[in-house]
Design a protein around this ligand. Sequence first.
Ligand code: HEM
Ligand code: HEM
Length: 238
Amino acid sequence: MSTPSTSPAKVLVWDTPVRVFHWLLVLCFAGAYLTSESERWRLVHVTLGYTMAGLIGFRVVWGLLGTRYARFSQFVRGPSAVMRYVATLKQSRPEHHMGHNPAGALAIVALLSVAAVVVATGWGAFNDVGGEAFEELHEIAANLMLGIVGVHMAGVLISSWKHRENLIGAMVTGKKTGQPEDGIRSHWRSVAVLILLAVAAFWWQQWQNAPTEGYPGSGGTGAVSMKGAKHDSDHDDD
Ligand code: HEM
Ligand code: HEM
């Protein structure tokens, strides 16, 4: 809408905390999923799950206080905006957004919400709240999230192709092609460093407090029981 003042250049769109959040979330989800079946890896599974909880908590705060394109008020749109954007994808020049497009934003809100359910039900299963129900719900929510991740990745590829814009590269470097006034000014690297330090400190603390003897059959590798470490002494899984 605004008249371009200069020729397009690479401008900063995603601050460093958003990018660190994104790739840590991917790592935690993948790690938690891959370790979900095995009791031997339960501590890793739970640690990655709680890390994910912290990341979501951070993202909610950053969605309210963060930089321009990180704010929910900038990218969360109603159904009509989503439909309009999807309809323009058929055209040769689809509606373009410097931040998240309305359809992508829908997947993002769904991912954050379902991730919260995965973590809450995982906590319920781990702390033996509500019997089998939490375990069932936890697995269903995790698989639902996997499905949305698939849609999210397909959406990223489709939008990248339709806009001839490398969206994955932008989530790595933070930069997209645009007018200088479209860019954000600060990287907020200090906040990203704090996130990384908090995650490292949590993982270190989990590692230090890991039970060394484990339970019968664990091989003493620091595994915890399915229902949590507090049950290890009185619970035999034979
Ligand atoms: C605070 C976070 C988490 C905690 C405390 C937690 C805890 C647990 C526990 C205790 C189980 C075993 C349930 C049972 O007895 O069958 C489990 C299973 C499972 N978790 Fe998590 N989890 C967490 C996060 C996650 C995340 C982020 C994912 C997504 C990747 C995930 C995916 C799964 C899946 C798919 C299973 C089912 C495995 C099976 O087939 O038995 N969990 N989780
Ligand atoms: C576990 C898997 C994943 C989850 C849970 C996830 C979640 C998210 C979330 C929450 C955002 C919003 C970022 C923010 O504003 O804070 C996002 C954006 C994005 N994700 Fe993922 N993501 C996953 C996997 C991937 C993968 C594997 C790729 C690349 C191959 C990818 C590429 C992107 C891109 C390019 C964006 C920005 C989209 C845009 O330009 O609007 N994501 N993702």
